[in-house]
Design a protein around this ligand. Structure first.
Ligand code: VTB
Length: 327
């Protein structure tokens, strides 16, 4: 496909490289505030850096998943137009610092993330919880089911992997609301990796269990993070199901306003991120898949993963930034 055809098809291929700079900048900015115990400050610098870089991209972009509604987020709010305005019309889901608390505590797996998709192809998810289940690639479609018990899902996964359930590790957010889920998983003999935050990374980790040690993601986390994770899985492969938790009339009404008519609908990864999708994540703190930003004496090193659904290419980019004045 040549560039003109590519633009016509939706996403410009050049964007795949250009987008790296966006998450790199956000990650470097946040990493300067790693371990300072100030979540807000780390998030703010990441937002500023991401927005600045995003506005240099040759796109006509609209933020559909961002820092919040316009009245609560001054920058990268839902509906904000970003990019130079010249280029493909795209929808953008982003989280300049996914895992603000882990960054503030300097714990593993804080990321700067973005997904860019053809206009109209990302789920407009309200900022509510989403029940999620995800596994990596290479398993028959339908192996996991959000409505089945954890025991059933774990047994089916173990069987398909050719191991015992006790060889399976589930990743779950460490939250009181997950007490029952945690008990149910432990009762099967499976191991759990409890994470403090960062379920985008948690879901992505299922795509490479040999490297990350995680086979399945279970539990409820943010719905916006669910769409970001779904975008990544669309590119790498794997299966995910999510259901919004709309447990009050106010949440149902909010979702309706965003075009969600069936509050109980189960979304698969391909329903949350349709069409051609680009996904990029740069490590802020060291993690299982990505290294964190390293500040050297003469250069800064960043580690980024860039994915594209149409080609399913997984690129890892380790960059040395020598022009330190820019950062
Ligand atoms: C997760 C996690 C985020 O929010 O989505 C979580 O990925 C869910 O909300 O890093 P609670 O913290 O209320 O459980 C974060 O922890 C923070 O946005």
């Amino acid at each position: 496909m040549n560039i003109a055809q590519n633009i016509a098809a939706g996403l410009d291929r050049i964007l795949t490289m250009e987008v790296v700079r966006v998450t790199e900048r956000a990650a470097v900015a946040a990493a300067r505030l790693r371990g300072r115990g100030d979540e807000k400050a780390a998030d703010q610098v990441a937002v500023d850096a991401m927005r600045q870089e995003l506005n240099r991209l040759a796109i006509k972009g609209t933020v559909v998943i961002g820092e919040g509604e316009r009245d609560e987020a001054p920058m990268l709010y839902i509906g904000e137009e970003v990019g130079t305005g010249k280029g493909p019309a795209v929808d953008i889901a982003l989280d300049p610092l996914e895992g603000t608390t882990i960054c503030a505590k300097n714990l593993p797996n804080a990321l700067a993330v973005i997904a860019i998709a053809e206009k109209g192809s990302l789920l407009f998810a309200p900022d509510v919880y989403m029940d999620k289940i995800a596994i990596g690639p290479g398993y028959p479609e339908g192996l996991i089911d959000i409505d089945a018990s954890p025991a059933e899902n774990l047994a089916n996964l173990a069987k398909a992997k050719g191991v015992g359930v006790s060889d399976i590790t589930a990743c779950i957010l460490d939250r009181p609301r997950h007490a029952k889920l945690i008990d149910a998983v432990r009762a099967t003999g499976a191991a759990i990796r409890l994470i403090g935050d960062g379920d985008v990374a948690g879901v992505i980790h299922t795509t490479d269990p040999d490297e990350t040690g995680i086979d399945i993601y279970l539990g409820t986390g943010g719905a916006p993070e669910g769409v970001l994770a779904a975008a990544a899985l669309r590119c790498i492969g794997g299966q995910m199901q999510g259901r919004l938790i709309l447990d009050t009339p106010e949440k149902v009404a909010r979702a309706e306003k965003m075009g969600i008519s069936d509050p109980k609908r189960v979304y698969r990864a391909q329903d949350m991120a349709r069409g051609d999708v680009l996904f990029a994540a740069t490590g802020v703190t060291d993690g299982n898949l990505l290294d964190g930003v390293k500040f050297g004496r003469t250069f800064i090193t960043t580690h980024t993963i860039v994915l594209r659904s149409s080609s399913r290419t997984v690129r890892e980019i380790k960059a040395r930034h020598q022009d330190l004045d820019k950062f």
